[in-house]
Design a binder for this molecule. Structure first.
Ligand code: SF4
Length: 403
């Protein structure tokens, strides 16, 4: 499919919207009431610290809702106001936050179900309104919804669209897109749908394996077994790695994306020499500012003396998991929860260990004076952070001492 031409024609359609509907003011008030927090503002104003009794909370200096997520949620709320009687669907979660998704369900917005690994679009009828989430949707989904005669409200974050434009450029120049991401994450699924040839690498280790294959060749079958689900149809490592371009899932660890880019640049330089480098290697900076800021703030936070960390965000949120990774790498006991409800009753917490299942830990808060670092992923509203902090205080504090 000519994805560029399809996108152009979709953007011109009267049934396609990627801006709000003029209800910004009303929705802003609603979002403020539902998701913002005066306590968090107070903590921000107090150098990101609050102390009550034996508990000191240190907040990361950048955390929570990024503007792309705020924009997507606001557009979803506006859509509900603008189409009060129509059936509204979201092709997935609007963002990776259970509380926000639940709120939309209460507003009678339906979520497309996944059955046997496939989204079931049979429920969508002509005239329905379908919202595409902040991390986008694949071009095939957009086409299906367009063919079905739906109204499409596209909340895809412009940073994600920037990556799509990058892989379109790779495709135009017959470069294979090497995408740093998780091959089955919604955003990467969408990005790869716009790419021509592509290969998704999860981390530096996989990237090093590919780089070695480029320089020295290797076992083709082993290569294909490793990337079976993470490459374009018909991909051949002996042919399709001669010209490569770098792209990324916007929420991967920034440092790792940069290292992967540099690794492939060195690899192609070694193989083809400086004069021919541009014919074999393309790289554009597509790391999202918000992800970068949250990761940098987390590095700042874990440099301070902390007894433990609480990381708040959806369990399927990639950027939240990366924040957790930073704490784990520093050997700080770290608890990843998807909302304040995971704390209690009593001194217990239900949390997700890195790349593992949910676990119950009791007791989790040690006795005596403690300093707790707190951060949250880009899909987490301040209200969830406030409620988490209040629960920690409740567990430890007998009489508030003030901030
Ligand atoms: S994390 Fe970045 S790319 Fe993702 S929605 Fe937020 S601003 Fe957009």
């Amino acid at each position: 499919m000519d994805t560029k031409a399809f996108k152009r024609s979709l953007h011109q359609s009267d049934n396609y919207h990627r801006k709000g509907f003029g209800h910004e003011e009303a929705v802003a008030g609603q979002l403020k009431t539902e998701y913002q927090s005066s306590l968090i503002q107070q903590i921000r104003d107090n150098h990101y610290t609050i102390r009550r009794g034996e508990v000191t909370i240190r907040l990361a200096e950048a955390f929570g809702f990024c503007w792309g997520v705020e924009r997507a949620v606001a557009m979803a709320y506006e859509t509900r106001r603008h189409f009060p009687a129509e059936r509204i669907w979201i092709t997935n979660e609007i963002i990776h936050n259970p509380g926000v998704n639940q709120r939309l369900k209460e507003m009678n917005v339906g979520f497309i179900e996944v059955k046997a690994g496939q989204k079931d679009f049979t429920v969508v009828e002509t005239g329905d309104v379908v919202i595409l989430p902040a991390f986008g949707a694949s071009v095939q989904e957009m086409q299906l919804l367009n063919d079905q005669g739906c109204t499409i409200v596209d909340t895809t974050c412009p940073w994600v669209s920037k990556v799509w434009n990058t892989v379109e450029k790779h495709k135009k120049g017959s470069y294979t897109s090497i995408i740093h991401g998780k091959y089955n994450h919604e955003e990467t699924v969408a990005t790869s749908s716009f790419a021509g040839k592509y290969l998704v690498v999860l981390n530096l280790k996989q990237a090093a394996y590919v780089a070695d294959y480029i320089l020295n060749g290797g076992d083709r079958d082993e290569f294909m077994a490793q990337f079976r689900n993470a490459c374009s149809q018909g991909f051949d490592p002996d042919i399709d790695l001669e010209k490569i371009g770098i792209a990324n899932q916007t929420t991967m660890l920034k440092g790792e994306t940069e290292e992967i880019g540099k690794l492939f640049e060195r690899t192609m330089l070694k193989k083809y020499g400086p004069l021919a480098l541009n014919q074999h290697f393309l790289s554009f900076n597509t790391i999202c500012d918000a992800t970068q800021e949250r990761q940098d703030a987390m590095f700042g936070l874990v440099d301070q003396p902390l007894d433990l960390m609480v990381v708040i965000g959806g369990y399927n949120s990639s950027n939240t998991t990366h924040l957790q990774e930073i704490a784990v790498e520093r050997d700080i006991p770290s608890y990843h929860i998807d909302g304040p409800e995971r704390i209690g009753p009593g001194n217990r917490i239900e949390h997700k260990r890195l790349h593992a299942e949910l676990t119950l830990t009791e007791p989790w808060l040690p006795e005596g004076a403690i300093t707790v670092g707190v951060t949250s992923g880009a899909s987490t509203p301040d209200k969830a952070v406030e409620d988490t902090i209040e629960r920690i205080f409740e567990l430890k504090v007998t009489a508030p001492v003030g901030s």
